[in-house]
Design a binder for this molecule. Structure first.
Ligand SMILES: [Zn+2]
Ligand SMILES: [Zn+2]
Ligand SMILES: [Zn+2]
Length: 275
């Protein structure tokens, strides 16, 4: 399998819009991998993960023809992961997909409610939303996908286990250290991950005063439990991703060596991992 990161920032982008903080100023000055757009990724160039407002920019920048995409998994309804307004272009006359083109969006009931809250019936010729239940594997193209409950600030946020039958990855954005029922399910289902991509919104902090995201200290604890529960092993690649400018030492150039020292890879926009 191959995972490509199209965008790797938290909600505000990095540097953040209208921000004058030290991390943003440093990111502007340094450029390159320190510049992050809103979170999105793609599996094997065909399974799209999340739909932020930067989707159009990503499609242009990485040469992705969105008409080739038939499946879209949504983690949760925060606007940096689901920007439903851009799906309005399925309205007849705006764009011209092939007659049989259908984009299937998968997510919790929150996703269906959010999309149908802003889009008209007329987009349904080319857009369908499939509500998926947590802990019940379903088929998406050639993949088996399982929604797992995230620990995050919306009603029904998911993280996803995605397998092509050979390899399995865990897309853990956005979430705190997982909920107990998610740990229980992962163990009972015998999941074993070759790649884990983990929320690191708050950078190099040891711990946080709130729940819903992670920082390096929580990443270390989460990875240790994944190892202890045999959900990963020493060969599993663990990538930290979804960085906020508010995070400690969160410029790529500052954070990457710290992450490496602790056994983690650090994401950047355009990063590809084959596993
Ligand atoms: Zn987010
Ligand atoms: Zn800033
Ligand atoms: Zn979120």
């Amino acid at each position: 399998m191959k995972l490509k990161y199209l965008g790797t920032a938290a909600a505000e982008g990095y540097p953040a819009m209208f921000c004058n903080c030290e991390n943003c100023k440093k990111a502007f000055a340094r450029g390159g991998k320190n510049i992050r757009s809103r979170s999105q990724a793609i599996v094997d160039d065909n399974l799209l993960l999340d739909f932020p407002c930067d989707t159009y920019l990503h499609a242009l920048h990485y040469g992705i023809n969105l008409h080739d995409i038939r499946h879209l998994l949504i983690t949760h309804v925060h606007r940096d992961h689901l920007y439903p307004v851009d799906l309005i272009y399925f309205k007849p006359g705006f764009t011209h997909p092939a007659e049989d083109y259908m984009l299937t969006v998968y997510g919790s009931e929150d996703v269906a409610n959010t999309i149908w809250g802003v889009l008209p019936e007329s987009v349904k010729k080319h857009l369908t939303v499939q509500t998926v239940e947590p802990f019940k594997p379903f088929t998406v193209g050639k993949y088996t996908v399982t929604a797992l409950k995230a620990y995050h600030g919306t009603d029904n946020p998911y993280i996803y286990a995605i397998s092509d039958g050979q390899k399995t990855m865990l897309y853990a954005h956005d979430t705190d250290i997982f909920r107990e029922e998610t740990w229980e399910y992962m163990k009972s289902a015998g999941l074993h991950f070759d790649l884990v991509t983990m929320d690191c919104t708050e950078g190099a902090e040891e711990d946080l005063s709130y729940h819903g995201h992670m920082c390096l200290g929580r990443n270390i604890a989460c990875k240790q439990r994944l190892l202890d529960e045999n959900l990963i092993d020493e060969k599993t690649v663990v990538v930290l991703n979804h960085f906020s400018h508010n995070g400690k030492a969160s410029n790529y150039e500052d954070f990457e060596p710290i992450a490496k020292e602790n056994g983690f890879e650090t994401s950047f926009d355009g990063m590809e991992i084959a596993f």
